[in-house]
Design a protein around this ligand. Structure first.
Ligand code: ATP
Ligand code: MG
Length: 633
């Protein structure tokens, strides 16, 4: 069957299509209703069915591949490297589950996981899934205030953490940050379970803090059966990156998610049981949930969990792992590829990459030069995929497992099966059907399996935020701009927030940024719209120069500013020309590497910067504040 027909069936014959996909996983009780959309925009998948994510990721494989690798843990920070077979993983997860039960954790209780990339973090997630506890993984790089707001929101009974993480050889103690976060939060966990890696000293709070090794060691061996859960029970909550505002707590189900992942591994990610998958993300992000932990394991693959930088000990580290573990599919982000691009390209050729079938990239727009560079360097297909924390798996990409299709540079691809993706006019809500018309990317309900159920604890925010923004119709807004070409390939043009209106001309910040990046002395750039008394808005650019040594005095800065303005004039026209080009050492980004344009814009307009709990380095924003000087109203 060709992809076009496969896709049509998923929309026109939805229940039959997904009933078939549901057979990719094990059920205790088979589903009674495939898709219940009786209370839109809420969608309940596979109601009446009971299953378990941990069973599908671990126990199910004991029959055929107990002694094959399941979890391969590699840390270039501590030098640790260990492979767990499915049998061993099964043992570890049961011990962790027994420890959680000792601490009184029951089905439906929340467990917050604030951990570095260590094997115990995966054991903890799977242990929660096993007993029906709802996990909420918080990225280990967050500090107390961000962590506190998530503790407050998730109200966990237990928090699992560790003494420390490590980044680029620098130890980052977690325990003091955790203690401070618990102090700041009005909700207090009953217990804290701590993995001691021997990296940093830990003060323990008597009666509250417990030792992971000790508690899990008491249960050796342990037999904790999987709890059979309703398909629509809650598996976990996870927060969005906070690029456009206060992070949203995304809530996900059990059965729909398991089916969505099993199907995506087969149709999109070329997942074959017995092969090895390597996703370079972090368990704190949705990619880590779907494609480090659950997806590959559900597919019966070994999954690599990597703690460390992509360039340490050198820029060949990832490729050496591909060679060593015969990685068949890899998943990373454009931001990581840009890091590698600054290194010697010889590293891409140093190792035997013959096992590798494709490199999948997601998280941000993948610009053509970056895609070409990595594609030429590795000699494997680069597959861009567009999705969100909310969706749990790709919305736009190409499904090479269904039909081999070539990708087009600059486009993540076509709508994935199950997603009724449309482009609509932002103010009239009218559907745009002609090629190259620019509109908001929306999804018509019911949303497919794996998609968020609601905002955790806030159905109203779910409906209001996502489903009531397009006039006249109830559709899910992605808040991204896109166009579709005559072959049905989509192009993402940026966030709906990122459009600026200069004297009635609507300009995408991404277009202006791409133009500015083509200047040889521009390493990185952010463009925002700033209120302007004459034009409504004006574009303002913040640039990190490739060679800042030449920018010592104001004359040199003015010269480069002028050159950049001229470049934009030539490429896009004078309306797009930034009113100012400021030079900074670094740009404010989220911990997941996304530009915080809304914070830059707020500061440039003299407003409060808003929620900054996910910012990587606050000094980046301070630089911009300093540049703006005393606020001119
Ligand atoms: P928040 O929703 O809290 O503002 P966020 O949208 O950055 O943060 P994520 O769910 O991590 O949180 O990111 C999803 C967004 O990332 C998408 O809506 C899109 O803007 C961008 N994105 C992801 N993948 C791609 C891609 N392949 N091409 C272009 N943009 C992408
Ligand atoms: Mg978002």
């Amino acid at each position: 069957m060709g992809y076009a027909e496969f896709y049509r069936r998923s929309i026109d014959d939805r229940d039959a299509f997904w009933a078939e996909q549901a057979r990719l996983i094990d059920w205790k009780e088979p589903p009674r209703t495939i898709c219940d959309h009786s209370h839109p925009p809420f969608t309940r998948w596979f109601a009446g069915g009971t299953t378990n994510l941990c069973h599908n990721a671990v126990d199910r494989h004991l029959k055929d591949r107990a002694d094959q690798p399941a979890l391969i843990y590699v840390s270039t920070e501590t030098g640790a490297e260990r492979t767990y077979t499915f049998r061993e993983l099964h043992g570890e997860v049961q011990r962790a589950a027994a420890a959680l039960k000792d601490l009184g954790v029951q089905k439906g209780d929340r467990v917050l996981i604030y951990m570095p990339m260590i094997a115990e973090a995966a054991f903890a997630m799977l242990a929660c899934a096993r007993i029906g506890a709802i996990h909420s993984v918080v990225f280990g790089g967050f500090a107390s205030v961000s962590l506190a707001s998530r503790i407050e929101d998730a109200t966990p009974k237990v928090i699992i953490s560790a003494d420390a993480g490590s980044r680029g050889g620098k130890v980052l103690a977690y325990k003091p940050l955790l203690d401070e976060a618990i102090r700041l939060s009005s909700h207090k966990p009953e217990s804290v379970l701590l993995v001691d890696r021997g990296l940093a000293p830990m003060e323990r709070v008597a009666g509250r803090d417990h030792d992971w090794a000790e508690l899990t060691g008491r249960h050796s061996p342990a037999a904790v059966p999987c709890e059979w859960l309703d398909s629509t029970a809650i598996s976990y909550t996870i927060y969005t990156s906070g690029t456009t505002g206060r992070p949203k707590g995304v809530q996900r189900d059990v059965g729909g998610y398991a089916v969505a992942l099993a199907a995506s591994m087969k149709h999109i990610f070329l997942g074959e049981p017995g092969e090895t998958y390597f996703s370079t993300s972090d368990i704190g992000w949705v990619v880590g949930h779907s494609y480090i932990v659950y997806g590959p394991l559900i597919a019966g693959m070994a999954t690599i969990m990597y703690e460390g930088l992509p360039i340490r000990p050198d820029a060949g580290i990832w490729w050496s792992l591909v060679e060593k573990y015969k990685v068949s599919a890899m998943f990373s982000a454009p931001t990581a590829v840009r890091v590698l691009k600054k290194q010697d390209p010889a590293f891409l050729k140093k190792y035997d990459l013959s096992s590798l079938k494709a490199l999948f990239l997601a998280g941000e727009p993948l610009d053509e030069p970056t895609a070409r560079w990595i594609s030429d360097g590795l000699g494997v297909p680069i597959i861009d995929n567009y999705w969100q924390t909310e969706s749990g798996w790709p919305i736009l990409t190409i499904a090479n497992g269904v039909e081999k299709k070539s990708s087009k540079f600059g486009s993540p691809g076509v709508p994935m099966y199950g997603y009724d993706v449309k482009l609509v006019h932002e103010s009239t809500g009218e559907e745009l059907t002609r090629p190259d018309e620019k509109g908001v990317v929306v999804i018509e309900g019911p949303t497919p399996p794996g998609f968020m159920q609601t905002v955790w604890g806030d159905d109203e925010r779910f409906v209001k935020t996502y489903w009531q923004t397009v006039p006249g119709r109830m559709v899910y807004s992605t808040f991204d701009w896109g166009i579709r070409d005559e072959d049905g390939y989509f192009y993402i043009l940026g966030r709906t927030d990122d459009v600026i209106n200069v004297a009635g001309h609507r300009l995408g910040t991404r277009e202006i940024e791409e133009s500015i990046s083509s200047h040889p002395n521009v390493a990185e750039v952010a463009v925002v719209g700033v209120a302007d008394p004459l034009k409504g808005q004006a574009a303002m650019a913040f640039v990190v120069a490739r060679d800042a040594s030449a920018l010592t005095d104001d004359k040199a800065k003015l010269k480069l500013e002028g050159d950049i303005m001229k470049l934009v004039d030539e490429q896009l026209g004078a309306v797009a020309r930034p009113s100012r080009v400021h030079f900074v050492n670094l740009l404010p980004k989220t911990r997941s590497g996304k530009l915080l344009r809304r914070a830059i814009q707020a500061v440039a307009e003299g407003r409060d910067a808003g929620d900054l709990t996910t910012i990587e380095d606050p000094s980046a924003l301070q630089q911009i504040r300093d540049l703006m000087g005393p606020i001119q109203k």
